[in-house]
Design a protein around this ligand. Structure first.
Ligand SMILES: [Fe+2]
Length: 345
């Protein structure tokens, strides 16, 4: 096992890279005969039944149990308890990155599902992959205590060129028109370079991260930008999914998550993998430190490793339920160490 780790400083990002070309060249004339054809055409695709419905229900139960573990009075059967004071602290009404959640056993089980790994192996045409330490999304419908607004963004820095990361989410609960979830500007990845060929100002969004948190791969679009993509033939679509489905999108794609409005709780694990060869030694060392300390990262597995070491804040103070370690730690296998970037292939 690699023992190289990194000393963390707050808000620091490791392994910063801004390549100006594709890291992998894909032959645009190639016909794959599977979901890759649609993915390379549109920059996004839904892949059906990556895990079974039964397995998806297992993860729903695990996520609910995780919320119960905080002992704040949350009851999935009682909507009156679907309030911030009865839930751990989340972002945008249901994205969880703190409390060691990105290294919960269930998160690593999802990352190592054979069907999930196979998606990224096929996409990148290598078995030597590393994974992000990404969050999950558990969103209750019709929350009365949230001020929510759309935040169209992409998760790739405008300085980068070409396809460098492809993010995904594994969907656990039925997700139809009313169930919130992923909005994608279909086709926008292909227009990334054209859009950013001139200087663009980020939208001054109410939920934009504070400037001291330097997310190197986040750009927030304003309303005019959204129209710019629509005027060029892109379509803003709500991705509907069944339990066990997986959606992949090129990180250049404009997207955001909407809150559910029906009666179904949304259950999702964000997962992203890229080839280990994309990562520098500095990035791998930072990943090892994150792995050992149960810190999360952004969606990016191989560079700009930004340990999510901030404590969750509740009413201006550190959440009394703050914890650094998962409730249920993963059973660390050889496969997990390799995906974490800790062990080489
Ligand atoms: Fe995103």
């Amino acid at each position: 096992m690699s023992t190289t780790t990194t000393t963390l400083k707050e808000y620091e990002t490791f392994g910063t890279q801004f390549e100006t070309q594709n890291l992998v060249d894909f032959d645009s004339s190639r016909v794959y005969g599977d979901w890759r054809d649609e993915f390379h055409k549109n920059g996004c695709v839904v892949i059906k039944n990556v895990i079974s419905k039964e397995r998806a229900q297992y993860y729903v139960n695990k996520q609910l149990q995780w919320l119960h573990n905080f002992d704040l009075g949350f009851d999935e059967k009682d909507p009156s308890t679907w309030t911030a004071d009865r839930l751990p602290v989340s972002f945008k009404g249901g994205m969880y990155f703190a409390y060691g959640s990105t290294h919960e056993k269930m998160a690593w089980e999802a990352r190592t599902e054979p069907g999930v790994v196979e998606v990224f192996e096929k996409l990148w045409e290598t078995k030597e992959l590393i994974s992000s330490f990404d969050g999950m999304n558990i969103s209750m419908p019709n929350r009365k205590d949230l001020n929510w607004s759309p935040w169209p963004h992409c998760d790739q820095n405008p300085a980068r060129k070409g396809m460098q990361a492809v993010q995904g989410l594994l969907n656990y609960a039925p997700n139809g028109d009313k169930d919130g979830g992923l909005m994608l500007m279909k086709g926008s990845a292909k227009l990334f370079d054209e859009f950013f060929s001139r200087d663009r100002e980020q939208d001054d969004h109410e939920d934009a991260p504070p400037p001291e948190i330097k997310f190197m791969d986040l750009f927030l679009f304003n309303k005019k930008d959204v129209q710019w993509f629509k005027d060029r033939g892109c379509e803003l679509i709500k991705v509907n999914m069944e339990p066990g489905d997986f959606v992949l999108w090129d990180s250049r794609t404009m997207h955001y998550a909407t809150l559910p409005e029906g009666d179904q709780i949304r259950h999702v694990q964000y997962i992203c993998m890229t080839p280990r060869k994309f990562a520098t030694d500095e990035a791998l060392a930072a990943k090892a430190t994150c792995f050992q300390n149960y810190y999360g990262t952004t969606h990016w597995p191989h560079c700009n490793i930004r340990p999510s070491s901030e404590k969750p804040m509740r009413n201006g103070e550190v959440c009394p339920k703050y914890r650094q370690e998962p409730f249920e730690k993963p059973v660390v296998t050889d496969q997990i160490l390799k995906l974490a970037g800790v062990k080489s292939y």
